[in-house]
Design a protein around this ligand. Structure first.
Ligand code: ATP
Ligand code: MG
Length: 445
């Protein structure tokens, strides 16, 4: 779960300048065809009918392609890995193009591992480190062992544990009243949350409350872990480990391996397939989102096509705003969206069209709400009107400066005059281009 969350947090870093409102897909899904199409894809992904397939979002700039893809990620939730990238990312002077692609491919494939473990589980009723004089002499005391009381619905048990477990307890910040489990064979501690019994303890709910565990304190428990294939690659490429998942993959560990090689990946796939066959693990195909896909070249397209064909593949979502253009890396092969025809043939294509005036108003309103800005209806319709003449991006960008002029005029609500003022201050791309052509001779060549 932790891993998928890092994948999600990558989104905000890399592709979206402003976050998309959380439930916008649900809100807008029934309103336009492209949202319905995106909704169908999300449903297909959820019902696992999409693996190895690819979708292309194609349409002019500012028609919401990136926004739709990110909204799809949010709809899928944090249990489904989502890896966003931009086509141009493959061009790095240090890493091979195909290597970048393969790594992101594996970031987008999740593995849910179910293991039955022998654990001690319960609500912590007591947590006492027992100290003794330092046997090495000198000052200070050392913890000789720790006494911990665990309570379940069925009973309580007091355990006397090794001091090393006390360290893990401290690392997980375990306090009395928390529900935890300790693995019997290696002493790993996992804090699951605060016990329900303390649910009314604080006003602000920063905590996750969990019910008091049923059954005995000492028992066999099914433990679920979500990782991506990339996590497994990294874990096994490192010289040493210590984390849990690595112990599972321990058979692959060879000391001093630091590079993720094709061979290592193949070995990991083998083990993963074995686990899947044995019913220990389940594959969770996630989504690899490649924005500005026309930036890829013929070599990476070919590689991608082959990778899509392999047994373990994520769902790939492409987005582009290009029409017919030359495929990068070729002399003169022109193809729709700059994508080779054979790959294009595999794709489900969702066409995005420019937003209508009322849709623009709706989006601007959503944006204003998420940014905590108040805006008058008149100002909103002025922005809508401006949006049809310029672009959605432009009017969305006007919101912040408009709120600033409102503030200068000691208002908290954005009025039409603010919109007009900032509209005259900042140019949109079209007017700027027009001015350039009109005053060609005044600019440097
Ligand atoms: N349905 C929507 N709800 C909320 N915001 C939206 C929606 N559609 C688009 N936006 C916002 O409009 C702006 C432009 O949309 P987006 O970036 O998705 O366009 P795009 O189609 O990816 O354009 P380009 O081809 O230039 O990459 C963004 O700021 C985005 O957050
Ligand atoms: Mg985009």
């Amino acid at each position: 779960m932790k891993q998928t969350r890092t994948a999600i947090s990558r989104i905000s870093l890399k592709t979206t300048p402003i976050p998309v409102p959380l439930n916008f897909l649900r809100e807008t899904r029934c309103k336009g065809r492209k949202f319905r199409a995106a909704g169908v894809v999300v449903d297909m992904i959820k019902s696992k009918k999409m693996a190895g397939r690819a979708v292309l979002l194609a349409g002019p700039p500012g028609t919401g392609k990136t926004a739709i893809a990110l909204a799809m990620a949010q709809e899928l939730g944090n249990k489904v890995p989502f890896c966003p990238m931009v086509g141009s990312e493959v061009y790095s002077s240090e890493i091979k193009k195909t290597e970048v692609l393969m790594e992101n491919f594996r970031r987008a494939i999740g593995l849910r591992i179910k293991e039955t473990k022998e654990v001690y589980e319960g609500e912590v009723t007591e947590l006492t480190p027992v100290e003794t004089e330092n046997p090495m002499g000198g000052y200070g005391k050392t913890v000789s062992h720790v006494v911990i009381g665990l309570k379940t619905a069925k009973g309580t048990k007091q355990l006397k544990l090794d001091p090393s477990i006390y360290e893990s307890l401290q690392k997980e910040k375990v306090e009395t009243g928390d529900v935890i489990y300790i693995e019997a064979n290696n002493g790993a501690v996992k804090r699951q949350g605060r016990s329900d019994n303390f649910a009314t303890e604080f006003d602000l709910e920063a905590e996750e409350y969990v019910p008091l565990p049923k059954g005995d304190v000492h028992k066999k428990k099914e433990v679920i872990q979500d990782v991506t294939l990339h996590d497994l690659d990294v874990a096994n490429a490192k010289p040493q480990g210590g984390q849990d998942i690595m112990s599972m993959m321990g058979q692959l560990m060879k000391p001093k391996k630091t590079e993720i090689t094709d061979k290592l990946r193949k070995e990991i796939n083998k083990v993963v397939n074995k686990y899947i066959d044995q019913g220990i693990a389940e594959l969770v195909p996630g989504v690899l989102f490649i924005d500005e896909v026309h930036m890829l070249d013929i070599e990476t397209f070919t590689y991608l096509h082959r990778a899509l064909e392999s047994a373990i593949a994520p769902i790939v979502i492409f987005a582009t705003n290009r029409g017919r253009c030359i495929i990068r890396g070729t002399e003169d092969i022109v193809s729709p969206h700059g994508i080779p025809l054979d790959l294009l043939d595999r794709l489900l294509i969702i066409r995005t069209l420019p937003y209508s005036r009322s849709e623009i108003e709706q989006i601007v309103k959503l944006r204003a709400t998420t940014e905590g800005l108040q805006i008058e209806d008149e100002a909103l319709s002025a922005l809508g009107e401006l949006g049809t003449k310029t672009t959605l991006r432009y009017v969305v960008q006007l919101l912040t400066p408009a709120s600033l002029t409102a503030k200068v005029n000691e208002r908290t609500i954005i009025k039409k005059e603010d919109v007009e003022e900032v509209g005259s201050l900042f140019l949109d791309a079209k007017s700027s281009a027009k001015i350039l052509t009109q005053n060609k001779d005044k600019f440097m060549k």
